[in-house]
Structures are given as C-alpha cells and as structure tokens.
Design a protein around this ligand. Structure first.
Ligand SMILES: [Mn+2]
Length: 333
C-alpha cells in the first residue's frame, strides 16, 4: 500500500519493534538511508534496530559509526522478527537483495519499503517508492522535508554521500534537476562536498586499479553491440583490498559502439555477481535484461547473482545478452 511521509510516525508507532535493514553487500546509499531513518525514528521516541546480512564495508567508517548495525541471518533464524514488528526496507526491491540468497522469503511481520528501484518483486505492506529519484537517500531527504525533521550537518553529509555514490558523482542519468536541488539544500545544511568527494573518490586502494587491469584484459566487444568483462574467483581473491569503486562498473558503460556493458565477477567459487550498465538509459533498459535472469534494478544499472560454474555462467550470460542486444540498433559511435 502506497503511503505518504506523514503516515510514517503513526505506522512506526504501532509496532513493538522497528528493524531497519541494510541490503546484502551494502553500498553507501543503503547504509546511509538506513542510518538516516534510524536518526529520524529516534527523534520521535522509537528505538529501531539496524540489521544487515553482510558486514558493513570499512570504507564507510569515515562517515558514520556502523558498529550498532547487527549482523543477522534471516534465512536460518526464522524467529528473527515477531508478528508485531515492523521491518523497514530502504533501497531494497526484492527479498534476495535483503537476505542475499532467495526471493522465497517471508519475514513474518509488517514491512515498509522506501526505495528508488523499479520492477521490484517485493510487495511491502507500506511503500514509498519513487523510481524517478536518484537514490534512496534523495527520497529520504524529501520525506524528512515533508515531516519537518531538521537535518543537521552530520545527517546532511550522510544523505549527500548516498546521492553522490548512487549517481557516480552526478555522471549517471539518474541525477536530475530534483537531485541537484536536494544536493544544493544538503550543502546549505552543512554537508561538506569536498571532504565527501575526497573520501569517496580519492581514497582508492591501489589493488582497485589492479582489478581494473584484470577487467580491461578480459574486455570483449560483441558484434551485437555490447561489451563484457569477466573476473574469476582466482583473480579476485588475489586482490582483497580492491574496493567497490564507481569507476569499476563505470567503464562498462563507456565503450563506443555498444548499447550496454556487462561485468561478471566470481566473488565466491561458483557464484557470479553480474552488473549491467546501459549506455543509453532512455533507450536500452537493462533492468529488463536483469529481470529476465531473476535479478532487478534500474533502466541504467541492474544486477543479478547467478549460482553457476564460471565458464558455464559466462556462456549462459553471453547468449542471454546476445538475444537482448538484438532488439537494438548498434550505435554508430
Ligand atoms: Mn540505491
């Protein structure tokens, strides 16, 4: 059920315990929006619990204290939530994104989804879903403005960090006039753009660039008009410090004469993390491609996780991408 910002306090107040989930393999938008929502709920006397199925990346520590985010195992712990609880799902469109494993999941409590992903397979009890927003942090900031919740300097920094990373520092097509307005207000509220840019984009581990070398050497352009890079578990495991960088997925959407790019990473043996990036998001909707394989995301950026042996998975993806690519004319530049 679609709700408005003003419904939030009474919905949260109805429940015994409020949980706020970061998604599996959490990024800045996930952790920042979850942390921001926790700050709001605390301001109205609710003490939510932050949870995540994966550890929070160390590189977020410059921004916020993630030590209160509890590591949970919702698949094996069926008693995690009681029927009186509310589970808040920021930046989460599918149960697989929440639990890291499967869409076949029922938390056994009420759910509230606040998200900017379209084509979500998860139907929550309460929803604030805005696919036109750049990031969940942009939505959350809009919610705070409507609620009249005062955003201090720390919170402004946290929200701006989520927007900056989800837009690739405004490079991606999801950065709209509304996004710039929100960022302008956040900077006026005290967000330190220069410090964020330094910490987010100028503190890259050298191994990240070595990983880029692995990706560049595997890069293959297909006649159907797409590009693919692959990295095996063996290659990735030698570079444990290679962080998540916007630049890494960025390269697959910049190759001339292609419509979209694919990055295949075997992060665990037999588990392929696949990112899709559209070069023409208004025309080539890679969320369709991801959805056809069981994943999801946006027109410009989507993903799927496949449990397949590396070579078999890569061949499977090549044929799915070839089929999808046939729908589009190959760009002249
Ligand atoms: Mn996001």
């Amino acid at each position: 059920m679609k709700i408005s910002s003003s419904d939030l306090p009474k919905i949260a107040g109805r429940h015994q315990c409020v949980y706020i989930a970061c998604h599996s393999n959490p990024d800045m938008d996930s952790v920042s929006s979850a942390w921001a929502l926790k700050t709001y709920f605390e301001s109205i006397g609710i003490k939510p619990k932050l949870i995540c199925v994966d550890p929070i990346p160390q590189d977020i520590s410059f921004l916020l204290d993630a030590s209160s985010i509890a590591l949970v195992d919702p698949i094996n712990n069926k008693e995690l939530f009681s029927s009186d609880d509310l589970l808040v799902l920021p930046d989460i469109a599918n149960w697989m994104v929440f639990n890291g494993e499967t869409d076949e999941y029922d938390p056994g409590c009420k759910t509230l989804r606040i998200d900017h992903h379209n084509k979500g397979r998860l139907s929550a009890d309460y929803e604030i879903v805005e696919p036109e927003s750049s990031s969940t942090c942009e939505i959350v900031f809009g919610v705070f403005e409507q609620l009249g919740f005062a955003v201090d300097k720390l919170l402004a920094n946290v929200l701006l960090a989520g927007i900056l990373t989800d837009t690739g520092a405004f490079v991606y097509s999801n950065a709209t006039a509304q996004t710039f307005k929100a960022c302008s207000k956040l900077i006026e509220l005290g967000a330190d753009k220069e410090s964020l840019m330094f910490n987010l984009f100028k503190c890259i581990e050298p191994e990240t660039y070595k990983l880029l070398g692995v990706l560049a050497s595997s890069l293959q352009v297909f006649d159907e008009g797409f590009v693919m890079t692959t990295s095996t578990y063996n290659e990735i495991s030698k570079l444990p410090l290679a962080g998540k960088s916007a630049y890494i997925d960025g390269i697959i959407q910049t190759v001339s004469k292609t419509n979209f790019g694919v990055r295949v990473s075997e992060k665990e043996p037999g588990v392929l993390y696949v990112s899709f990036r559209s070069r023409f998001p208004a025309l080539v909707d890679v969320s369709e491609l991801a959805a056809s394989l069981g994943g999801g995301g946006h027109k410009a950026a989507s993903a799927v996780k496949l449990k397949m042996e590396f070579n078999e998975g890569v061949e499977y993806l090549k044929s799915a991408c070839r089929e999808f690519a046939k729908k589009y004319e190959i760009p002249t530049k």
